[in-house]
Ligand binder design. Structure first.
Ligand code: ADP
Ligand code: MG
Length: 475
């Protein structure tokens, strides 16, 4: 007895319908077309590579069982995928046998996506064409405005490499990780902005993980998962911000896994950010985690004092603001762990000063900074003293640790010791250590020498007072 593929498939659908929920049935089974039966192998046509992968992963056992029930124990299943070759003519088909073990997705097949004509852009406009996808980037987040420092050297240069060759470096995905307010979003968007400039035909998209997730739920709700997937498969450079948000969201992770695979297989660039290194992400499936580790994970660390000053100065320059150097240094010295707060303090400072028509001075800065940091550092460090002294006399800080006997250096070294003794609680021994391991008697001698000079040289005394004030203002 012979059956037509339509009849067999109709019977299969009846069984499947009883085994999956309505939503899944509509999404994953209604679009399937039976093509032929040959040698007890049923060939079904599916709309895309993704569709095939999804069926293989989630429903292969159900499909196999159902088909065996209809066609006998020796029955087999094959998929046919329609692939358009760009010019709209002669769609080709590619056949895959169903996976005999079920659920294994390690195929390495590369295939152009079949482009439907009605792909919905979850970013507002339906039916949008690929060229018109808005990258959702903030143009002020670029490389020029991103201050380079030791804290971000690796991430920045990897980002730069990616921007010059999206999808063409080993950094795929590029994962940028680090604490709150350290510039992850800024750097990730800088890469996107640069790619838009260098490769205007590339489709770049920035999306927060939260937004991605809610778009996905919306797609589930409105039964348009396919549109959602197709939209994301169009992207050449996908920037996904704050992936730690996906923790324990299994369904979103599932869909991301497939989109990730598709993009990666097609040499599209993925840029991810996270508040911790991939290995410490919790509640993320292993298969996704392992993919996050395929490329490069580069961290953003807390910027050092010089970089913090440079960031503030850049911001002031861009906004056309001028502030006394001591105010800038005071803010940079006290706000240490978060660049966003650093900028916040600067903005509050300007707001307060224009509201009260007051000059921005160190007293105002102190008031503002108090609102940002719980405990402004009470004890100044020996390093900071050394740095302030060296800046003042314009000598290199390293020289203080060396044996140099040049007068200017000796004086800076002795004065630093003197101030360290007076302004910190460190023992003479500890102070000596900071200066290339000098012993406590050298520190005593230095302190005496400075005291003598202050007693005899008023100009020098004034200088010392000025430096002491600079340092104390930071406490
Ligand atoms: P994250 O995403 O890591 O929380 P953001 O990228 O939002 O941090 O950065 C917070 C703010 O700090 C932004 O306004 C950003 O422009 C600024 N910023 C961070 N790092 C730098 C840097 N190296 N140079 C200039 N601005 C920076
Ligand atoms: Mg961010």
């Amino acid at each position: 007895m012979t059956y037509t593929p339509e009849e067999v498939w109709k019977n299969c659908l009846k069984i499947i319908k009883d085994n999956v929920n309505m939503q899944s049935f509509r999404t994953w089974f209604e679009p399937i077309r039976p093509v032929k039966i040959e040698n007890e192998i049923l060939t079904i046509q599916v709309p895309s590579q993704f569709f095939y992968e999804w069926l293989e992963e989630h429903y292969v056992n159900l499909l196999r069982k159902t088909i065996k029930r209809e066609l006998g124990e020796t029955a087999g299943l094959e998929y046919q995928i329609i692939v358009e070759n760009g010019n709209g003519a002669n769609p080709q088909t590619i056949n895959y046998p169903a996976n005999q073990n079920g659920g294994n997705l390690n195929n390495e097949v590369n295939m152009p996506l079949k482009l439907g004509t009605t792909i919905k852009n979850p970013f507002v406009i339906p039916g949008i064409r690929k060229v018109n996808i808005d990258p959702q980037l903030n143009p002020t987040y670029n490389f020029e405005s991103f201050v380079e420092g030791e804290c971000n050297r690796l991430a920045r240069s990897a980002g730069y490499a990616v921007a010059n060759k999206p999808g063409g470096t080993a950094f795929n995905p590029l994962v940028i990780y680090g604490g709150v307010g350290l510039g992850k979003t800024h750097l990730a968007q800088a890469i996107g902005n640069m790619i838009k400039v260098k490769f205007s035909s590339k489709t770049v998209l920035y999306v927060s993980s939260e937004k991605f997730s809610s778009q996905f739920y919306e797609a589930v709700r409105s039964n348009s998962i396919n549109d959602f997937i197709h939209f994301y498969q169009l992207i050449d450079v996908l920037i996904l911000d704050d992936i730690q948000f996906f923790a324990n969201k299994e369904r979103t992770q599932d869909i991301l896994f497939h989109i990730f695979n598709h993009l990666h297989q097609n040499k599209k660039q993925l840029i991810l950010t996270s508040d911790r290194p991939p290995k410490d992400l919790e509640g993320i499936e292993d298969r996704l985690l392992s993919r996050f580790k395929w490329g490069l994970a580069a961290d953003l660390q807390v910027p050092d004092f010089e970089t913090r000053v440079a960031i503030l100065e850049k911001k002031m320059y861009t906004d056309g603001i001028e502030l006394p150097k001591e105010v800038v240094e005071f803010v940079a010295y006290n706000i240490k762990t978060n660049v966003r707060e650093l900028e916040g303090a600067l903005i509050s400072l300007l707001a307060q000063s224009s509201l009260n028509r007051k000059e921005v001075d160190i007293d105002l800065a102190k008031k503002i900074v108090k609102n940002f940091v719980k405990n402004i550092s009470r004890e100044v460090s020996v390093e900071f003293i050394m740095k302030t002294v060296c800046d003042y006399f314009d000598v290199p800080i390293d020289k203080l640790k060396e044996k140099t006997r040049k007068r200017a250096i000796v004086q800076a070294r002795q004065l630093s010791m003197f101030l360290a003794k007076n302004l910190t609680k460190n023992s003479l021994k500890v102070i000596g250590k900071h200066f290339g391991g000098r012993d406590h008697s050298t520190v005593i001698h230095s302190c005496q020498a400075i005291q003598n000079l202050m007693d005899t040289d008023n100009k020098f005394k004034d200088q010392v007072e000025e430096i002491r004030k600079k340092i104390q203002l930071s406490i």
